[in-house]
Design a binder for this molecule. Structure first.
Ligand SMILES: NC(=O)c1ccc[n+]([C@@H]2O[C@H](COP(=O)([O-])OP(=O)(O)OC[C@H]3O[C@@H](n4cnc5c(N)ncnc54)[C@H](O)[C@@H]3O)[C@@H](O)[C@H]2O)c1
Length: 436
């Protein structure tokens, strides 16, 4: 997906960005800022990556596309082969992605090596179970960050993220999150229209990520339990948060954005019907449905609701979208497409942007220009909403936001090193406690 842009291409694409932005008016700030980064050309933007898999490497490429001044200067991963693979993938960017061996780090403490290198920002893209530890360390070291979603897998991790979010402001740092819909023009324009009343007052939402199966890595008896689980991280709740958190957080984030808050309570169902082999598919579910309840927009307004549905089962109908219902219309949103029906009909006619590059442009702009940007609370709240849905589905309990967020649940093993680690059991609604 990443494509090397030389300076001419970049200026050309920035010109297109500018034209599009002036048509939209509201987004011209981003485009002007992107041009300023290019025009400056005298300030290197030094980037480190922690977690050099598909997304970490992809985000690195996006960051290099975002500005010719960007360079990757440090790489860290649990496994040496992932660091080498990232270097090969980014080789098309030439010197801007050549990282000296002394700034390549491996092992569980690779993150400490990366953040010890002088950086303008660090990309955090390991499995999300590790994210709070890495984020807290990065902010403590005074690093700006691009933090992939989700940002935790349990309430303990969310509380770490929220505490660090205040540090971000106190230390005058910048943080962008990998909830890329918040940087996609179709979503931005639709949401701006919704906020200005195009569908009346928002009363409900339906949000979906229904799809088939994803990749998995069968366990290798020559490896330790921990290595097998980390290599097959999607299927272990302590690492991924389960697919409602790992993937569906994107759509739940849109419900929260439209509602202007996190949910107040929820009830949920879920289970595993297809991915039943625990050796290959760990302890995660393969389907969830959650009824999220939001407080009324004002005290005299009734409660609002969002139906959330996520499924990873082959041979079933796919659907990845959000539908927002208002008193005067309905907004239909999905990647690259947005429309409103009802009293104020509208269709997004483009041009579209690449939100993965845009989120890097927005972060680089904030760093270079010194403008504020802190998306930590937003992504932490959306992640917590998804975690609350999972806790409700696993246990069968109805949960309030306060109960879920205060839960002592901490899924991270007490000591993180290669070795034995019994697999967590598959949750059984009605038997699994909501706080465990
Ligand atoms: N925003 C998006 O659209 C999007 C898309 C894909 C993935 N993601 C997110 O990006 C993150 C990474 O996903 P991915 O698809 O790149 O997974 P991946 O498996 O391809 O990469 C994860 C990398 O992290 C490394 N790693 C694991 N534990 C580590 C540790 N403790 N320290 C250092 N490195 C460690 C792994 O070796 C691997 O190279 C996840 O949070 C995922 O949800 C976001």
């Amino acid at each position: 997906m990443t494509r090397h842009l030389n300076r001419r291409d970049f200026v050309k694409s920035t010109a297109a960005t500018l034209a599009a932005a002036s048509a939209l008016g509201a987004f011209s700030t981003n485009a002007r800022a992107a041009r300023r980064i290019v025009a400056r050309g005298k300030r290197e933007i030094r980037i480190g990556i922690i977690g050099c898999g598909g997304r970490g490497t992809g985000a690195g490429g996006n960051a290099l596309e975002a500005s010719p001044d960007a360079r990757i200067v440090a790489l860290g991963d649990l496994f040496a082969e992932r660091v080498s693979r990232a270097q090969t993938s980014l080789a098309g960017f030439g010197d801007r992605a050549k990282v000296p061996a002394a700034q390549c780090f491996t092992g569980f403490d690779a993150y400490q090596g990366v953040i010890s290198v002088p950086l303008d920002y660090v990309i955090l893209a390991t499995p999300p179970g590790f994210r709070p530890i890495h984020f807290v360390a990065a902010i403590a070291a005074g690093r700006n960050a691009f933090v992939e979603k989700p940002v935790a897998v349990d309430p303990t991790g969310i509380r770490m993220m929220l505490a660090a979010a205040s540090e971000v402001d106190a230390k005058n740092l910048r943080v962008a999150a990998g909830t890329q819909r918040r940087h996609e023009w179709s979503y931005l324009e639709a949401m701006q229209r919704i906020q200005r009343g195009a569908i009346g007052s928002v009363v409900a939402a339906r949000v979906f990520w229904n799809m088939g199966s994803l990749w998995n890595v069968a366990p290798d008896p020559a490896r330790t339990d921990v290595e097998n689980q980390v290599r097959n991280w999607l299927y272990h709740t302590w690492l991924s948060g389960d697919h409602i958190v790992e993937q569906h957080v994107h759509n739940i984030d849109i419900a929260n954005w439209a509602m202007g808050s996190h949910p107040a309570r929820c009830v949920a169902v879920g289970g595993r019907q297809v991915r039943t082999d625990t050796k290959e598919f760990g302890n995660v579910f393969d389907h969830f449905a959650v009824d999220f309840e939001y407080a009324g927009a004002t005290q005299d307004k009734p409660t609002r609701f969002a139906l959330s549905m996520a499924r990873q089962q082959d041979g079933t109908a796919g659907r990845v979208e959000e539908v927002i219902y208002g008193s005067a219309g309905v907004a239909h949103l999905s990647s690259g497409s947005a429309r409103i029906t009802g009293e104020n009909p509208w269709v997004f006619k483009g041009p579209s942007n690449n939100p993965y590059v845009q989120e890097q442009i927005d972060l680089q702009r904030a760093i270079v220009d010194g403008t504020p940007l802190n998306e930590t609370n937003q992504v932490a709240e959306s992640t917590m909403s998804a975690i609350m849905g999972r806790m409700a589905a696993y246990s069968g309990a109805e949960l309030t936001w306060e109960e879920a967020l205060a839960s002592p649940m901490n899924l991270m093993p007490p000591s993180i090193q290669f070795g034995p680690l019994p697999q967590a059991p598959v949750a059984i609604p009605g038997a699994t406690p909501s706080q465990s």
